[in-house]
Design a protein around this ligand. Structure first.
Ligand code: BGC
Length: 767
């Protein structure tokens, strides 16, 4: 097969607009770079203008279409490439990508290359832990390295554009897509959003091993009413600006090249037709210069929402809102030429939307070299380095939720182990949803990881119960879960009893319970948070044997494991840990890795508490706050930020270094953190603030800074965290603007959101 060597024009490497925040280099050097950069941009502008001058309206409109390669015949895909369609998604065979690109470049009238997009959510071939897990590492550097490795593998295989990061804040674990984001907190969400953009795109758009990021789903998709996927969202502007919009903005500030419009209505206006969101906020306020792609058929759906009167109206409204590219539906291709003729849209409007698409293709270097090298694709796929990183990420993102009497780690001289549960040996589920391209055969399950780790122990593995989703997932064809094998009540009872018997005979039982991957993700909301099927009964029966039991929880959302939180001595939440998940879990269980993950979501006692989050406001009768319900405490099982370790830590000598904070003098707080154990480990130092009074009520606590620290046995480190005054700004619901208000603030430091080390400081503003 012919091979095509990737080479990028120097101008692409210098393309400027997407430089990250000013680097701390000498001014002269910065000026030099800026000049070179703007000349590269000027060259790009000339190139794109010259190309657009040759394009017919039809050719422009076709560039604004993205087709689903896996849903159409190859003949149709070839035709679209010839006609100059802008992009394909879901074409993954490198040879096919190459063939389609060749048609676009050699047979379309203007030879404009295609851009290939894909959901590289947590890896491409090599699957990393799911995003909520990655965020639980509280380590933006690690997350950046993970997305950089994912980008490298995807780019080598012909993918230019990842529909990642999903930065939707989610406070409701019923929503299946909580798994795809960083959890409930805007500050943590900002850090994770920016880290992912940096990892995927590299320092400047156009790196040979990088791909475009796509921030989604703009905006506020994570707050669907009742946690029901795709349902409407109603959020006041205060919460939108102070909570929900912040991670998208952080991603845009980090240079995200593209944004995806959300499916749902936001305060009655569908996001994909929402002029305020797409034009006022995204482009005017935030200065976004990349392009916006709609979500899947979201332009067509404007009519379904009862918003647009027809498909033509849907296309017109999406144009007015500033949707540059339509994903999979064809309202643009079918109707925009007519709308142009009728004067419903102008050529100027079309030009403004098509230009950023062409610019992005230019920045990627596709006009100079559109092809991939099929040998390089092979070499860069499933590399040992990527697998090692995946394992490390899984170790660092698992959260030890309970560990009574040092139940974990297990002794390496253990004689026999029972590994029980529907997820104990489940390859597809261990890699988690949104991992269609990861080969399940490459996945190491928990059972396999333990067998590899303990070659001399007697290890018996069984499911105990089978679980399944009752209605089909839209992804079942791409990621089929094995069909149930226990077809009669008798067979199910026998398997249940078999599992209990194995537990009785073993020195220790590792229960691996939770949800199959198709119970999470898109189109996978739940009304209950309990363990599906008879897993709870199985767990209770095994605990009743009186033998040592450890629960490994595998899922993409917090689950109702309130009984386990009181009766199972050790609980390790591993989310969906990815390709090397089983090895990571075995290392964690046996003490060869020390859990260091912390919760990025508040863990509810039951579904009735949902939504529950730490950064709410203090209101009437605060002394009653832990009993807002008469039938259950209103506190969670585990708070936001919580996570145990095999090490123990203590905090002392908290010091506010400057009592007065101003625009020029950030808050600086330090604290001594000591590892009081004989095991090396990591802890996450978290800083929370509270504004005591102002023009609007402020949350009881807000995360404003954090640092992950590694400590040797008995080591003490002084950790200093800084909060710039800008971080204390908020959008005031009474003044309808962004404010920094003078007054007294509280500050807490600790390793979860109930941190006890407290001090005060004072904000002084300059009038
Ligand atoms: C999802 C997006 C995804 C797109 C393409 C949609 O259904 O909402 O997150 O990127 O499909 O697969």
């Amino acid at each position: 097969m012919t091979s095509f060597v990737c080479r990028l024009p120097a101008c692409v490497l210098l393309s400027a607009f997407f430089l990250p925040t000013t680097p701390s280099v000498a001014q002269t050097h910065a000026a030099h770079v800026t000049n070179r950069v703007s000349s590269a941009d000027a060259k790009m502008e000339r190139f794109v203008s010259a190309l657009m001058a040759k394009m017919t309206p039809r050719e422009k409109i076709m560039q604004m279409e993205q087709a689903a390669g896996h849903e159409i015949s190859s003949q149709k895909a070839d035709e679209l490439a010839r006609e100059g369609v802008g992009s394909f998604l879901f074409v993954t065979d490198p040879a096919r990508i190459h063939a389609l690109q060749k048609i676009a470049v050699t047979e379309s009238r203007l030879h404009i290359p295609l851009i290939f997009g894909y959901d590289v959510i947590h890896g491409y071939h090599t699957i990393f832990p799911v995003p909520i897990a990655l965020a639980s590492s509280w380590d933006p550097g690690l997350v950046e390295r993970v997305q950089s490795a994912a980008a490298r593998e995807a780019r080598a295989n012909g993918i230019h554009w990842a529909f990642t990061p999903m930065v939707d804040i989610a406070r409701d674990p019923r929503w299946g897509r909580i798994m795809e984001g960083a959890g409930e907190d805007p500050y943590l969400g900002e850090q994770m959003a920016a880290a992912q953009v940096r990892g995927l795109q590299g320092p400047v758009v156009g790196g040979p091993h990088n791909i475009l990021a796509c921030v989604k789903h703009f905006a506020a998709y994570g707050d669907a009413v009742g946690g029901r996927d795709y349902d409407s969202v109603e959020i006041p502007e205060t919460a939108l600006r102070n909570v929900y919009l912040r991670p998208y903005h952080a991603a845009v500030k980090a240079g995200a090249a593209t944004v995806m419009s959300a499916y749902q209505d936001l305060n009655d206006v569908p996001a994909t037709g929402n002029v305020w969101l797409m034009r006022e906020i995204l482009r005017k306020e935030w200065g976004f210069k990349g392009f916006v792609v709609s979500d899947w058929e979201a332009v067509k759906s404007l009519q379904i929402h009862g918003f647009a009167a027809s498909q033509e109206d849907a296309a017109v409204r999406a144009v007015k809102a500033g949707i540059n590219m339509e994903m999979t539906s064809t309202a643009y291709a079918d109707h925009l030429e007519d709308a142009l003729k009728k004067g419903e849209v102008t050529l100027r409007e079309i030009d403004d939307l098509v230009r950023p698409i062409l610019e992005m293709k230019y920045r990627l270097g596709l006009f100079d070299n559109p092809y991939i090298d099929l040998n390089v694709a092979k070499q860069e796929t499933d590399t040992p380095a990527a697998h090692a990183l995946s394992q490390k990420a899984a170790e660092q993102s698992s959260i030890l939720l309970r560990n009574e009497d040092h139940a974990l780690p297990l002794s390496k001289s253990i004689g026999s182990l029972a590994v029980i549960g529907p997820l104990a040996d489940a390859k597809m589920s261990t890699k988690g949803s949104w991992s269609q391209h990861g080969d399940p055969n490459e996945v190491i399950t928990v059972a396999e990881g333990l067998r590899e780790k303990l070659p001399n122990a007697k290890i018996s593995v069984t499911k105990g119960v089978e679980i399944r989703r009752f209605n089909a997932s839209v992804f079942d064809a791409q990621m089929p879960e094995p069909a149930p094998t226990l077809l009669t009540e008798e067979a199910r009872n026998a398997e249940f009893q078999h599992a209990v018997d194995l537990a009785k005979q073993a020195d220790v039982t590792v229960l691996v319970l939770g949800e199959l991957q198709n119970m999470n993700g898109e189109h996978a909301s739940r009304a209950e948070l309990t363990l599906p099927g008879k897993q709870e009964q199985l767990m209770e029966a095994i605990v009743a044997t009186g033998k040592p039991v450890v629960l490994v929880l595998m899922s993409g959302r917090p689950m109702d494991i309130t009984w386990a939180s009181k009766h199972v001595p050790a609980i390790l939440n591993v989310w969906y840990p990815g390709t090397e998940g089983g090895r990571a879990v075995a290392n964690l269980l046996m003490g060869d890795a020390n859990p260091g993950g912390h919760l990025t979501v508040t863990w509810p006692r039951s579904v009735g508490q949902v939504p529950i989050y730490y950064n709410d406001n203090t209101t009437q009768l605060p002394e009653e706050v832990t009993y807002r319900y008469w039938d259950e405490p209103s506190t969670p099982v585990w708070p936001f930020g919580f996570g145990l370790s095999y090490s123990t830590f203590s905090f002392s000598k908290m010091q506010v270094n400057n009592w007065t904070v101003t625009e020029n003098a950030p808050l600086r707080v330090s604290i001594d953190v000591t590892n009081t154990s004989s095991v090396p480990g990591t802890d996450v130092v978290q800083l929370y603030t509270h504004q005591r009074a102002g023009s609007a009520s402020r949350p009881v606590r807000e995360l404003k800074a954090f640092r992950k620290v590694s400590l040797a046995p008995h080591e003490t480190q002084t950790v200093t965290l800084e909060v710039p005054a800008g971080e204390l700004r908020y959008w005031s619901g009474s003044l309808h603007r962004d404010v920094l208000e003078p007054g007294i603030f509280d500050v807490w430091l600790g390793d979860d959101s109930t941190a006890k080390n407290h001090a005060e400081f004072h904000v002084k503003t300059v009038r």
